[in-house]
Design a protein around this ligand. Structure first.
Ligand code: 6PG
Length: 249
């Protein structure tokens, strides 16, 4: 099934992919602030976005961005404290927020140090306080998503019911990480699909099967959760390096 408003771009490697990502990030920031005087970004975790975060703190990009008008949240978080090496917030704090002046009140992190259901309730409560009309959360200008080798996005794992999270903004889930169960909190397709732009960043040969399953062949959202990402009125762009794209025709 052709998915409208979807673009796939292939790059030599993670470095050139990240350079394209930072340009898109800056362009979307300027566009959003020009329209609504604020920019809502939903960051991904894992390792892929690290270069993008680092680039945003360097000239010329850091000086181009009105950090005080930028708001940040996360697509998912591990249920660990923010200073834990596994924390997605911690990655962004070390690589981005420690280098630029984003007001603390503009950062809507998932409090991974709390018990799962309390973390979900606190997070969704904060999002509701800044919700856009008709929604229980803000309409995000940019959602960054990675892709696991198994095909997971955020903390929505293959085999989890596609109806899961269809009408709630966040869920507590369990990921199987390095062979052990890991508590997670994740935003859901309900939120992702109200975004104005979703940007997938995918690098590495180990992702090739998940890229092919997510972009080509039968539409199987149970097996490939990325297929649940269909913004009603938004764009989806996949920035993929050649190793991760190796199974695409
Ligand atoms: C997480 C991420 C997750 C990530 C993929 C890809 O909490 O791990 O949000 O969805 O984007 O697992 O991770 P890498 O970028 O490390 O390959």
């Amino acid at each position: 099934m052709a998915i409208k408003n979807r673009t796939v771009e292939v790059f030599d490697d993670l470095s050139t992919l990240s350079q394209a990502a930072v340009v898109q990030f800056v362009e979307l920031t300027h566009w959003a602030i020009g329209q609504r005087d604020r920019f809502w970004a939903c960051l991904s975790g894992g390792t892929t976005p690290r270069l993008l975060f680092q680039s945003l703190t360097q000239p010329p990009f850091a000086g181009m961005l009105p950090w005080d008008k930028m708001f940040f949240t996360w697509g998912d978080e591990r249920l660990v404290p923010p200073d834990d090496p596994e924390s997605n917030y911690g990655l962004a704090e070390r690589e981005l927020f420690s280098q630029v002046n984003v007001p603390a009140e503009n950062i809507y992190r998932i409090r991974g140090e709390l018990p799962p259901n309390q973390a979900v309730a606190e997070f969704t409560g904060r999002l509701q306080q800044v919700a856009d009309p008709g929604l229980n959360w803000p309409r995000l200008d940019l959602v960054l998503l990675g892709l696991g080798a198994d095909g997971h996005i955020a903390s929505l794992f293959p085999g989890s019911d596609p109806a899961l999270g269809a009408d709630v903004p966040a869920l507590a889930t369990t990921g199987h990480y390095q062979g052990r169960p890991a508590g997670r909190v994740t935003l859901t397709p309900a939120v992702f699909n109200t975004a104005r732009h979703v940007l997938f960043l995918v690098s590495g040969a180990e992702k090739a099967e998940a890229v092919a399953g997510s972009l080509r062949g039968a539409d199987d959202p149970l097996r490939w959760p990325a297929r649940r990402i269909r913004p009603d009125a938004g764009e989806v762009t996949w920035l993929i390096d050649s190793a991760a794209a190796s199974l695409l025709e």
